[in-house]
Design a protein around this ligand. Structure first.
Ligand SMILES: *[C@@H]1O[C@H](CO)[C@@H](O)[C@H](O)[C@H]1NC(C)=O
Ligand SMILES: *[C@@H]1O[C@H](CO)[C@@H](O)[C@H](O)[C@H]1NC(C)=O
Ligand SMILES: *[C@@H]1O[C@H](CO)[C@@H](O)[C@H](O)[C@H]1NC(C)=O
Ligand SMILES: *[C@@H]1O[C@H](CO)[C@@H](O)[C@H](O)[C@H]1NC(C)=O
Length: 185
């Protein structure tokens, strides 16, 4: 009896390892959390800064990384999403005491994004490939450059406004990437 249960558990876990698209969090929660984090960024808008349409961060948006990620395996795509969320959370933790943003809003943003990352980390495909050994170095460098830029701009309201906009674009692109992983039925 025990053996039979063990066997079906084993088969079940092999099955979920093989089927890349069996992730409840991705299917049922991702969109809601993505929307919530994007709404929180909207709340943080600062219309008093002089950031015009063409004001840009010194650090270019990593379109190429998204292009590469969109062509990668399901596990790598999901790993890319998780790593981006983790980096965003770290970046906004820095915002805690360096912006005039409501502390509560920043905290909520960090929480929502961290819970999203945790939820996705529970996806069988990530548990099985040990994603922690497969961090994207270029993505990490990109966030490191953003952070350095914020530092050099003395954490000004202007630079954070640009960062806020930039992160909104990331959330949009991550949502697209996640859509490509949803279970089709
Ligand atoms: C900022 O500007 C936008 C568009 O003009 C407006 O909808 C929004 O209410 C403003 N936000 C604040 C906090 O003033
Ligand atoms: C924004 O721009 C206006 C006009 O160019 C200028 O008078 C004002 O001082 C600027 N504000 C900040 C915070 O840089
Ligand atoms: C912001 O907080 C961090 C730790 O929470 C601290 O190390 C840093 O010095 C603080 N920065 C400012 C400008 O207060
Ligand atoms: C908005 O920007 C202005 C001008 O740069 C700054 O003085 C102010 O502290 C900022 N407010 C918030 C809530 O970030």
């Amino acid at each position: 009896m025990m053996n039979r249960i063990f066997l079906s558990c084993l088969l079940l876990s092999l099955y979920s390892a093989g089927s890349s698209l069996s992730c409840r969090w991705l299917d049922h929660k991702f969109r809601q959390y993505n929307q919530r984090s994007s709404d929180l960024l909207d709340i943080m808008v600062n219309n008093s800064t002089n950031t015009t349409e063409d004001a840009e961060l010194e650090v270019a948006f990593p379109h190429d990384l998204y292009t590469q990620a969109s062509k990668a395996s399901a596990g790598e795509r999901l790993g890319f999403i998780v790593q981006s969320l983790e980096q965003m959370a770290l970046l906004f933790e820095e915002a805690h005491n360096s912006t005039s943003w409501q502390e509560k809003t920043v905290e909520d943003f960090v929480n929502v994004v961290s819970r999203q990352a945790d939820g996705l980390r529970s996806c069988p495909i990530l548990r099985n490939i040990g994603s922690h050994n497969h961090k994207n170095k270029k993505l990490r460098m990109y966030f490191k450059r953003l952070s350095g830029h914020i530092e050099r701009m003395d954490h000004s309201a202007e630079v954070w406004e640009l960062i806020r906009k930039e992160i909104k674009v990331h959330l949009f692109r991550l949502n697209q990437l996640a859509s490509s992983l949803l279970t089709k039925n």
